[in-house]
Design a protein around this ligand. Structure first.
Ligand SMILES: [Mg+2]
Length: 125
């Protein structure tokens, strides 16, 4: 089914190079960014469904049980939409020539050292 075991981030990137070739999907970064944004919206829609369902269940079940029940109903769909986002991230990394494992490790090393503070008013970074 898959051309490799997909155990590492490099494996996932290789899978997406293979899949793009199999499907004839091009390396258009702008298109893939638009498609990623669409998938982020689909994640938001699944979360909206979860919040809405939980609000309906809450009067009879209480807040925590309602949230868990709603999550159970939508967990598979939410997982699929998160997976779609990840797929486009792998594709964009591939098409931009980025070793995502190396980039991730380098950025997380920075984050470990970083101190987050509230930005001053007007700073929208
Ligand atoms: Mg999707």
């Amino acid at each position: 089914m898959f051309p490799n075991a997909m155990r590492t981030i490099a494996d996932f990137q290789a899978f997406h190079r293979w899949l793009d070739e199999q499907k004839g999907w091009g390396p258009d970064l702008k298109l893939n960014m638009v498609l990623l944004a669409g998938e982020v919206g689909e994640v938001a829609n699944e979360l909206r469904n979860i919040f809405w369902r939980a609000s309906l269940l809450e009067p009879e079940m209480g807040e925590e049980a309602a949230r868990e029940a709603a999550l159970a109903e939508y967990r598979e769909n939410l997982g699929f939409e998160l997976a779609d986002c990840l797929a486009y991230i792998f594709k964009i990394a591939n098409n931009a020539g980025i070793d995502l494992e190396a980039a991730y490790k380098a950025k997380m090393a920075k984050n470990v050292q970083r101190q987050w503070t509230a930005p001053p008013p007007g700073n929208h970074q």
